[in-house]
Write a protein that binds this ligand. Structure first.
Ligand code: NAD
Length: 487
């Protein structure tokens, strides 16, 4: 990829706020610098919204709500379908933009464009399938009519790790359901959302239906929006810590919330697993997105009889990784998103090493201008290591062992999180038992990747409330109304 192609692409991204169909500067004219994590360079300066700008964006969403709700579902669906087609047509541009602002390898960024676009296609189809019920009450004195309605203006807050897909997973069902929104992308990776909002404008999504605010202070910007009684829904993807704060704020107005929060996924390899399949799954579940995924396998819980063989195989694969800027051919591991992420990853690794773990590979940051961390394999991780309880969010694979199925279940469930679990076994009955016994919102049985626009994504315990994608995804943006008609 040439430098001029990168500059040309970055120049096309609107660096302003989108409020009521106008691209505007923030009221103070302040800016935020967006960096390329592979070399630390500033790639773009964009507008920094103040709390008053945030409220202006909400004003625009409120103003557009009733006409948008009255827009025929077919029209809303067809706008989403056009957006899907255009996004796929521009796959290379969106992929490069994500690689530049977030660091993931281009091949993975292309995969994210495909995944993110699928929410547009799925919800273009769901827009026309919102139905209700009609029935006689048991007394025979009245008709019960149940109908579904858009919940109203929404506030959508997204993280930096999947800049496109986390946005489309919320915006698409909101549009399909007839809700307007204000979206706030992560401060580290706002460019993809800005470019996507411009694409929505281009396909004809009316002014005010989707508004975008970018800010250097997420909490200052968000608090008045969440407190505003005109807001009807908050959908957040990010850390459990911030999710809890937002739920507390949302409780003041009994705001409807969807929360897609942190994970601590167990990756259980039974003695009867197909080890090659398990290794393939491990590479995906652990190293996709440089380990910075809520669905990333955090704890490898491997039966003691196959632990040595599993570890040897993953060691071979990790040793062959190419680390570098995501735009370079053949790179598997890009930089972490910033220096904070490098420090947080390294702290967890050093803690595990100090408590007795062995670093078979890696175990330290890579010196240089970019924020790279060496792909790491840790064995003999002791039960008191922090990385068994906390999200690692880096390219670190840590192995512990077990001897019985009950022990594996106890280890897998021994966390306050419950987003996704991976289980490898060739015994179908055991696979079904694991579906029953693991406390998890999602499960990959002999696979390391579960995300799909047609499937309900979400967690239990402190991994969140609500589901995104599938039939459940649009329900998060609808409310149910019951009407009684005496006969
Ligand atoms: P984060 O919680 O720091 O930030 C998420 C978003 O919230 C960003 O837009 C940020 O600017 C904003 N924010 C931060 N503090 C805020 C505050 N006080 N008030 C309002 N908004 C605030 O998370 P992150 O570091 O961007 O993302 C990583 C986290 O997201 C990980 O914990 C990961 O597991 C989680 N995640 C979850 C899912 C899921 O679907 N469950 C998907 C991706 C990421």
């Amino acid at each position: 990829m040439s430098v001029s192609a990168e500059l040309e692409l970055l120049a096309k991204v609107p660096g302003k706020l989108l409020i009521g169909g106008e691209w505007v500067d923030g009221e103070t004219g302040g800016t935020i610098r967006v960096h390329d994590p592979s070399n630390g360079r500033v790639i773009k300066e964009i507008a920094d919204a103040t709390p008053a700008d945030g409220i202006r964006a909400l004003d625009a969403a409120v103003a557009a709500q009733s006409s948008w709700a009255a827009t025929p579902p077919r029209v809303r669906g067809e706008l989403l379908r056009k957006a899907f087609d255009l996004l796929i047509e521009r796959r290379e541009e969106f992929a490069l933009l994500m690689t530049l602002e977030m660091g993931k390898p281009l091949a993975e960024a292309r995969g994210e464009v495909n995944y993110g676009a699928e929410f547009l296609r799925w919800f273009s189809e769901e827009a026309v399938r919102v139905t209700g019920r009609y029935g006689l009450n048991p007394e025979g004195t009245g008709r019960i009519v149940v109908s579904q309605h858009p919940v109203g203006p929404t506030y959508l807050v997204t993280p930096w790790n999947f800049p496109l897909a986390m946005a489309t997973r919320k915006i698409a069902p909101a549009i399909a359901a007839g809700c307007t929104s204000v979206i706030k992308p992560a401060t580290l990776t706002p460019l993809t959302t800005l470019a996507f909002a411009a694409l929505l404008e281009e396909v004809g999504v009316p002014a005010g239906v989707v508004n975008v605010v970018t800010s250097s202070s997420a909490s200052r910007l968000s608090a008045p929006i969440v407190a505003d009684p005109r807001l009807r829904k908050l959908s957040f993807t990010g850390s459990t810590e911030v999710g809890v704060q937002l739920m507390q704020q949302a409780a003041q107005n009994v705001l409807r919330v969807s929360m897609e929060l942190g994970g601590n996924a167990p990756f259980v390899v039974f003695e009867d697993a197909d080890l090659d399949k398990a290794v393939e799954g491990a590479m995906l579940a652990k190293f996709r997105n440089i380990g910075q995924a809520c669905t990333a396998a955090n704890r490898f819980i491997v039966h003691e009889s196959v632990a040595a063989a599993f570890t040897a195989k993953v060691q071979e694969r990790i040793a062959a990784f190419k680390v570098g800027r995501g735009t370079e051919e053949g790179v598997n591991i890009g930089p972490l998103v910033d220096a904070n992420q490098v420090n947080a990853t390294n702290e967890l690794v050093q803690d595990a090493l100090a408590k007795g773990a062995k670093a078979v590979l890696g175990g330290a940051p890579i010196a240089g201008d970019g924020t790279f961390y060496a792909p790491t394999l840790l064995t003999e991780v002791t039960p008191d290591a922090r990385l068994l309880r906390e999200e690692i969010f880096g390219p670190v694979l840590a192995v512990t062992t077990f001897s019985t199925e009950d022990e594996a279940v106890a280890l897998a469930n021994g966390t306050e999180y419950g987003l996704v679990s991976y289980v490898f076994t060739e015994d179908l009955a055991r696979g079904h038992r694991m579906i029953d016994r693991l406390e998890t919102g999602m499960m990959g049985l002999n696979t390391g990747l579960v995300s799909n626009a047609a499937a309900p994504f979400g967690g239990v315990k402190q991994s969140g409330v609500g589901r995104e994608g599938s039939f459940e995804g649009i329900e998060e943006y609808l409310y149910t109304k019951y009407s009684l008609i005496p006969v």
